[in-house]
Design a protein around this ligand. Structure first.
Ligand SMILES: [Zn+2]
Length: 277
């Protein structure tokens, strides 16, 4: 096992540190692009628009295709976990990443949605220290296009940020639940700008590595309680925003922090919990 976690009890909480080293950055020429969701899994969605609701699975695939084209034009070998509207299990996505091995990075592309329609902005998730530079560069470029949220760059263990053995980042390009952002990302030219921002971040990381990147932030998180496992099983079929809250508890992180779109957690919450912890 290439990594492990250290929890230091401090005033009722703990500091969590991933010890998978950040440096030296491994050069990479292969990029795995992972369009979120697909098939029966729509992901998040917008409110009804004149052309119908925007589905996260469609926007993620469209954006990933654009990123792929941009990267290939710059000489990268690009692999995609899906190229059409089909369901791909989260663990299968991780397996694809791990089969690529050294010399590759993974970027999962999503659009977020939440019950609070005022929340907006791009968010970029990473977990391992060796993914911090890539996440930082993508987030910087994306925020210049979409605008940042209060969260922006978020260190969070998700199945797609924790389990890949290669540097892995999950990008939430914008909030479909925010009317302004939904109207923007409905436009192909805006998605092209988003794709270019993601591609630029990848290219910069390949070129410069972690040079100039700030230290990896530590996470302060309250300790989990033994009862939370039961809460999950009882409430796993509740509304999506409840899933968010419960999952945050199980994951031992501050529930006020950003969470990715609910379906990143997987089809069944119990399976997701196993994947997260
Ligand atoms: Zn998603």
């Amino acid at each position: 096992m290439r990594w492990f976690l250290v929890g230091l009890v401090a005033q009722g909480g703990c500091f969590v540190r991933s010890l998978r080293a950040a440096a030296p950055i491994r050069p990479f020429s292969t990029v795995l692009l992972d369009p979120g969701h697909g098939g029966m899994d729509n992901g998040g969605m917008s409110r009804p628009l004149p052309g119908g609701r925007l589905l996260e699975k469609d926007l993620a695939l469209d954006t990933a295709r654009r990123v792929a084209q941009l990267l290939r034009s710059r000489g990268f070998h690009v692999v995609m976990t899906r190229t059409d509207d089909r369901f791909v299990d989260l663990d299968e996505r991780v397996k694809v990443a791990n089969r690529l091995g050294p010399g590759a990075v993974a970027v999962s592309i999503h659009y977020n949605a939440t019950g609070d329609r005022s929340i907006r902005g791009a968010e970029t998730f990473f977990w391992h220290a060796d993914s911090h530079g890539l996440a930082t560069r993508i987030d910087r470029n994306l925020e210049a296009v979409v605008g940042g949220s209060a969260r922006g760059l978020v260190r969070r263990r998700l199945r797609l940020t924790r389990n890949p053995t290669i540097p892995a980042v999950l990008v939430e390009c914008a909030y479909l639940s925010n009317a302004r952002e939904a109207s923007l990302v409905a436009q192909p030219q805006v998605r092209e700008r988003i794709a270019r921002a993601i591609a630029d971040g990848i290219v910069e990381e390949a070129r410069f590595g972690d040079e100039g990147i700030a230290a990896v932030p530590e996470i302060w998180a309250p300790l989990s309680r033994g009862s939370e496992g039961r809460k999950v099983s009882k409430q796993s079929r509740k509304k999506r925003h409840r899933k968010h809250h419960i999952s945050a508890s199980v994951e031992s992180v501050d529930p006020a922090q950003a969470l990715p779109c609910a379906s990143v957690l997987g089809g069944k919450l119990r399976a997701s919990v196993n994947g997260w912890l």
